[in-house]
Design a protein around this ligand. Sequence first.
Ligand code: BES
Ligand code: ZN
Ligand code: ZN
Length: 489
Amino acid sequence: MPASVTVNEVTATDADAIAIFMFEDDDRVFRENPEIETARARTEWTGEKNNLVETFRTQDGREQRIFLLGLGNTLDFEPHILHDVAATLGKRLDATKDSRVSLDIVGLDTPNARHYGRIIGESLSLLTWDGKTLPGTVTKATEKPEIILSSGDVQFDNHLRDGIALGTSINFARTLSQTPPNIATPLYMAEQARQLALDTGLDCRVIEGEELITERLEGLITVGKASENPPCLIRLAYTPERTTNTAPVVIIGKTITYDTGGLSLKVNNGMVGMKRDKDGGCAVLGAMHAIATTLQPNVPVIGLLVAAENSVSNNSMRPDDVITYRNGVTVEITNTDAEGRLVLADALCWACEVEQAASIIDFATLTGGVVVALGSTFAGLFCDDDELRAALETASEESGERIWRLPLHAEYREMLKSPVADIVNSNPNRKAHPIQGAAFLEHFVEEGTPWAHIDIAGVHSVDADTGAFIKGPTGWGVRLIAAWLREIG
Ligand code: BES
Ligand code: ZN
Ligand code: ZN
């Protein structure tokens, strides 16, 4: 795949290749662009999404490749289609080794140019991520093209740059997700956050050791105590340049650096891939990167990562243990594998009490049940605040990261009643278990604070190459947060 993608001056005359995006039902005749008409006259042209027709033209004695890329019908169009089509282009460029690319945007709608530019830039930027974050002495470096592109339109080129920048933030999240659990421990994640803060001017605070006790972060202490890699709460703060006295929005990420299940051990190799149980936290770090470097919204944003390793030792939490949270809620642990909610509870209490959050969104690879229900097509959204939900749904449509609402209801909270404490962390009856997770978390959000829980267990990674993503982490959440902040900030 391409090594890099940048926007710089490339004209239709000096480009190695010209890429033209075209809707299937665009029936205009392009007299000034004879190459469009030539390509459209080819029998391979169907105009369907991902349809790619290649022709050549000679310009000043040099051969230029022409790519005509189908977008399907205008009425069926969704942002992810252009995302996939741009990936098709990027993969083809990798094969042809064309480097200087001129984008012909005559087939794209100008009112939507903002979105389109971003989508193309982001998709190409995602393609540059190859997943080999730790090459050793055996892997041979391959030669990869450096793509330089321009549409010739200043505005559109700026949107391309925005998209590329967001892609960089998403790739940062993907790299963290990919980092193995023997390296990416809770304190490693803290170190990454500190470095990000140093590089970008964010404020970073890490609560660890004794301070976890004084701050009564009982979930982190309990989940993290079996591991020799100690737990921590990581707090990143962004303050807008024009400081306002408004309450911050808080984004929270489940950051379990490895989930063995604890004493309720995962069996039958069910723990393979559980290094990615930190992907909620990776998305929050990726989003904070985007916020500090490119988005710079007008609202203060706090990122909280609840980082711990759910391990097994003689110091493990046990099924039957009872813990007391800082908001007074007591929890009987019935299943040590439902550890995500135990640490998220600390962050939710903290967001309400310490940060006085204006709104809260948490991202968590919380349940296998949501994968069964929604697959890798939608993340599960739990949010009873109409305004926040509407904003998230708009952001979802714009970003292409799909969310589907699942219910919260008092009856689900009933399922969590404990005979010895207020609530259990999981009902042994696995009915509706993604909703049980959300119902558990509800106990730690102050009445009146708009809150959304997003279960990303099905979408945080893909198990085969799809569009701009290779098999592995997707950095899911960064795009949704970015689109949400663009809307509210
Ligand atoms: N990290 C897992 C959930 C998960 C499963 C993430 C598959 C990604 C892919 C979580 O901590 C867990 O183990 N959940 C249990 C909850 C149950 C004990 C209520 C599950 O889903 O089985
Ligand atoms: Zn678990
Ligand atoms: Zn987990």
